[in-house]
Ligand binder design. Structure first.
Ligand SMILES: O=C(O)CCC(=O)C(=O)O
Ligand SMILES: [Mn+2]
Length: 204
């Protein structure tokens, strides 16, 4: 009994019941006040940029700001954008170390996304670029406004929704990227900002 009571308050990575996937969720990877402080720090101090992508021959601004940090060799092509990493700062490096210990994996880069409000979003996609390898481990940390995050199975169309909380960690492993896409839909009522950090390992 006692142990159960404690375990609900301890930090736990919980395996999610999804077929063809290996998804784990931890509500409080970073405690609330610390996560909010980190949100403010990163919002002010990361080198945010708003990239454009070509759609039907037209240049369209993506609906969020992004920044790419990592080891110098961790170059990445994302939606046709060539991302050369900026050097790690202390805050990102500390999170990376904590994640590497928790997940027993190496990460050499992080894509930071800043959703300024509920109008900012990310469409359906999988993190399946060849430079991530066959079964990438992707550690996704949320700071700031809680937002819905959807998965959709490529074959059955099954949908699974998470509401990613301030300070939470979503870990995607195994064949998750092969069988499922994910998206961050717009939310009219979300009027605060959210930063998402997806730690990745780019293969050389
Ligand atoms: O903001 C999120 O939670 C998702 C970000 C994402 O899917 C990505 O960066 O590839
Ligand atoms: Mn993604």
């Amino acid at each position: 009994m006692q142990q159960d009571m404690f375990s609900t308050h301890s930090k736990r990575l919980v395996l999610q019941p999804m077929v063809d996937a290996n998804v784990l969720y931890m509500v409080n990877f970073i405690d609330d006040p610390q996560a909010t402080e980190l949100y403010q720090n990163l919002r002010q101090n990361l080198s945010w940029r708003q990239d454009s992508i070509k759609m039907y021959g037209k240049s369209v601004k993506i609906p969020r700001l992004q920044a790419w940090y990592g080891d110098p060799e961790a170059k990445y092509t994302y939606s046709g954008l060539d991302m050369t990493p900026m050097p790690w700062n202390d805050a990102l490096m500390n999170i990376k170390y904590d994640l590497e210990e928790l997940c027993d994996t190496r990460f050499n880069s992080v894509l930071a996304n800043y959703y300024r409000d509920g109008q900012d979003s990310m469409g359906w996609h999988a993190d399946n670029e060849p430079e991530l390898g066959e079964k990438p481990v992707i550690a996704s940390v949320t700071l700031g406004q809680a937002r819905d995050f959807d998965f959709r199975h490529n074959v059955t169309g099954e949908k699974v929704r998470f509401t990613l909380q301030n300070g939470s960690l979503l870990l995607m492993k195994g064949s998750t990227q092969r069988y499922w896409q994910h998206a961050l839909p717009k939310r009219m009522r979300a009027n605060c900002g959210r930063i998402n950090l997806t730690f990745r390992n780019i293969l050389q």
